[in-house]
Design a protein around this ligand. Structure first.
Ligand SMILES: NC(=O)c1ccc[n+]([C@@H]2O[C@H](COP(=O)([O-])OP(=O)(O)OC[C@H]3O[C@@H](n4cnc5c(N)ncnc54)[C@H](OP(=O)(O)O)[C@@H]3O)[C@@H](O)[C@H]2O)c1
Length: 328
């Protein structure tokens, strides 16, 4: 496992972290036992970054994390949570100091800590990013000690570019994977210039980039790969990275040819992300110990050759870009 600085914060984190949405909700049945085992396997493998949110299982993910960390004791990983999605309706006006403090107080309780390492605005409406008073409120909350750092999870590259204009924003979480290459064009250079940490989410395009999904795969009713296929519940880009399944499957067949012998497509997809040094941490979601352990191993893979990187870019250009590039 490799480690690096988390932007301008004092934290050092592993370059592969743990995505904890699966141990909350929206991925079909994941038992508490599997959730605990997944997180323990991740930590045993050297991961020191966990990404969760207050809405993952309405606090279930945060509480499981607190429980596992308490039992383990010792050095704590950096735990990033998110706030904002409890708002209903989810509006820019709702992103005010009183609401955020209430959400943060609840996460403090769920995570059983007196200060959050990192709270991320949870894909707020674009309009919220044009309200300096929101970032002023976050500065105030940080000064109160309830949070150590704040960042923004975004849907679009332009939102990322806007958010990092606020000097208090230490990190941006954005979808970046073989099927979503646009963040590397402009945003990454800006993030690097400002020493803003980049958290790459949905690295496996919701499992598509593992190569195990086929046209016949069926998902449970409470799995977003069933209920959000057309953006019914949240941004459609969060499900299969917004790529139509049949196109994604076609691209996967071409990507398979680029994977070095002895390496899984999953590990290849994660290593591809880590080839860009603007990425601070990639956060694959895992539903069990086996997945968490396999994902951790991607950190130690050899760098991918330049011709492989070029070929992966070509597959994106030919098959995928038209469906996603100008949408996010
Ligand atoms: N708005 C936001 O801020 C936001 C939105 C989305 C995600 N996130 C964060 O980003 C994290 C990652 O994104 P994601 O979970 O949406 O998608 P992802 O990491 O691209 O895909 C996760 C899925 O890939 C499969 N998988 C993972 N590791 C595997 C392995 N080693 N072998 C085989 N299959 C494997 C599993 O599918 P199966 O379940 O089919 O086994 C898993 O559920 C989340 O957990 C969450 O922390 C944040």
């Amino acid at each position: 496992m490799k480690y690096g600085k988390f932007g301008k914060t004092p934290f050092t984190v592993s370059d592969v972290g743990f995505g904890a949405w699966q141990i909350g909700s929206a991925w079909g049945e994941v038992s508490d036992a599997d959730g605990r085992a997944a997180l323990n396997a991740a930590l045993d493998a050297g991961m020191t970054f966990i990404d969760t949110a207050d809405v993952y299982g309405d606090g279930r993910s945060e509480k499981l994390i607190a429980e596992v960390l308490k039992v383990r004791g010792g050095n704590r990983p950096m735990v990033a949570t998110k706030a904002g999605r409890r708002l209903s309706p989810h509006t820019a006006d709702g992103y005010n100091k009183a609401n955020l403090e209430a959400f943060i107080d609840r996460s403090l309780k769920n995570l059983a800590v007196d200060s959050l390492d990192l709270v991320q605005l949870h894909c707020p409406p674009t309009e919220a990013l044009y309200r300096p008073e929101l970032f002023g409120a976050l500065d105030d909350i940080r000064k109160s000690g309830k949070i150590k750092n704040y960042g923004v999870s975004v849907e679009k590259v332009e939102e990322a570019l806007k958010a990092i204009e606020f000097p208090g924003v230490v990190s941006i979480q954005i979808i970046y994977n073989l099927f979503r290459q646009r963040p590397a064009e402009l945003f990454f250079a800006e993030a690097k210039r400002r020493n803003v940490a980049v958290i790459a989410r949905v690295p496996l395009a919701s499992g598509l980039l593992t190569g195990k999904i086929t046209g016949d795969t069926r998902f449970a009713a409470d799995d977003h790969r069933n209920f959000n296929r057309h953006g019914e519940a949240f941004d459609v880009g969060e499900t299969f990275a917004g790529v139509p399944l049949e196109i994604g499957l076609q691209a996967i067949e071409e990507l398979r040819k680029l994977v070095p012998p002895g390496v899984s497509l999953t590990a290849f997809a994660l290593r591809w992300i880590l080839m860009n040094d603007a990425v601070t941490v990639v956060i694959p979601g895992a539903r069990n110990a086996e997945q968490a352990k396999a994902n951790a191993a991607a950190s130690d893979l050899a760098p991918l050759p330049a011709e492989t990187m070029a070929a992966a870019h070509d597959i994106y250009d030919r098959l995928i870009a038209t469906h996603v590039h100008q949408r996010w």
